[in-house]
Design a protein around this ligand. Structure first.
Ligand code: NAP
Ligand code: ZN
Length: 349
């Protein structure tokens, strides 16, 4: 199948147009014409090789919403014309105990990423900043018609949404819990919406005083500017759970000190360098430091359906694809409210 999109050709040049081929849909595949594609900070980390091992040319994008254009003969859940969503994974071994349990991010063979990854056949995968994609139906999600004209805000649910929904569910966030969300960006604003929607007393931590009003509108019961040591000290030893979505290296001790007995800080942000912490921050109050990677296929569908039923979407700024490099600069400068989404129709013009 002929495809075209925008690619990073190396770690320092701007993204530019790129034509390539994808496999024709096989019996269990779904072909999707991409309508919207979100810009995740992970796209920037990988395009710029901040985690090491990046493969070029790289068509980023793992927050994909589109319409099905063809289905293989054995496909059961989709037909031509249906809305479809694809996230961070396009394949996994499907037979290990984690895949069988619907925990594909933890596939023991290693899942196949939507881009910057090779399929099990050795072919380099390309992501959502493109006109179409082919994917095994297991890794394609149904998108409820209840979202109506909010499709741009649905695209970021495929990564920012599930990456925050999954740990909040895993650690039982809900009524009676005090929860903190660290960083108000693409992931953070979804974590805030979910924690509020699940009924937890939710505190937003931010380095940007300019985001205080937004955080309250998005559902925060309280907002703390993390540079304000007195404000931080008032919350010492009181949190059940902290969700760390910060994209840059940062000290963990000031946040760990906020956890009560048996409290957990879960890291989902992936800064370029690891974050320092002192042992007493964990020993005190028997605290746990953990991590979480996106979410499995069943839980991603559960999250999408939860959002459709509860009117939750991402707050987005829709851009044309020729503005993608500008958008990258703005994300890095912390100037986005709260996710850029590319309108793929602009690829044609
Ligand atoms: P983003 O939109 O850029 O948001 C990151 C937020 O971090 C910013 O809005 C900012 O919030 C805060 N921040 C930035 N620089 C900071 C600094 N120097 N010190 C403290 N806070 C700072 O990024 P995103 O798309 O939400 O992604 C967040 C991270 O999660 C990235 O590292 C990404 O790669 C990772 N990620 C992980 C997974 C996973 O499976 N675990 C999935 C997707 C993404 P304030 O202005 O409020 O301080
Ligand atoms: Zn992502």
């Amino acid at each position: 199948m002929k495809s075209h999109g925008y690619a990073a050709y190396d770690k320092s040049s701007p993204l530019r147009p790129f034509s390539f081929e994808r496999r024709d849909p096989g019996p269990t595949d779904v072909a999707v014409e991409i309508v919207y594609s979100g810009i995740c900070h992970s796209d920037i980390h990988q395009a710029r090789d901040e985690w090491g091992g990046s493969m070029y040319p790289m068509v980023p994008g793992h927050e994909i919403v589109g319409r099905v254009t063809a289905v293989g003969k054995d496909v059961k859940r989709f037909k031509e014309g249906d809305l479809a969503g694809i996230g961070v994974m396009v394949d996994s071994c499907r037979v290990c105990e984690n895949c069988k349990a619907g925990e594909e991010p933890y596939c023991t063979k290693g899942f196949v990423g939507t881009y910057n990854a090779k399929g099990y056949d050795g072919v380099l995968m390309h992501g959502g900043y493109s006109n179409n994609i082919v994917c095994h139906e297991r890794y394609v999600h149904t998108i409820s018609p209840k979202f109506g004209d909010q499709l741009p805000g649905v695209a970021p649910l495929l990564c920012a949404g599930i990456t925050t929904y999954s740990p909040l569910r895993h650690w039982g966030v809900g009524k009676g819990k005090k929860v903190g969300v660290m960083g108000l960006g693409g992931l953070g604003h979804m974590g805030l919406k979910f924690s509020h929607s699940f009924g937890a007393h939710t505190v937003q931590f931010t380095t940007s005083a300019s985001k205080i009003d937004d955080a309250k509108k998005l559902g925060a019961d309280e907002v703390v500017v993390s540079k304000d040591e007195d404000a931080m000290a008032k919350h010492a030893g009181t949190f059940d759970f902290l969700l760390d979505t910060i994209a840059a290296p940062h000290a963990l001790d000031p946040y760990l000190n906020l956890l009560r007995l048996n409290g957990t800080l879960c890291q989902v942000g992936v800064p370029e360098k690891s974050s320092a912490l002192g042992p007493f921050s964990l020993l005190t109050n028997r605290r746990s430091l953990s991590g979480s990677m996106v979410g499995g296929m069943p839980q991603t569908q559960e999250m999408l359906d939860y959002c459709a039923d509860h009117g939750i979407v991402s707050d987005v700024e829709v851009i044309a694809i020729d503005k993608v490099n500008e958008a990258y600069e703005r994300v890095v400068k912390n100037d986005v409210k709260y996710r850029f989404v590319i309108d793929m129709a602009t690829l044609k013009t």
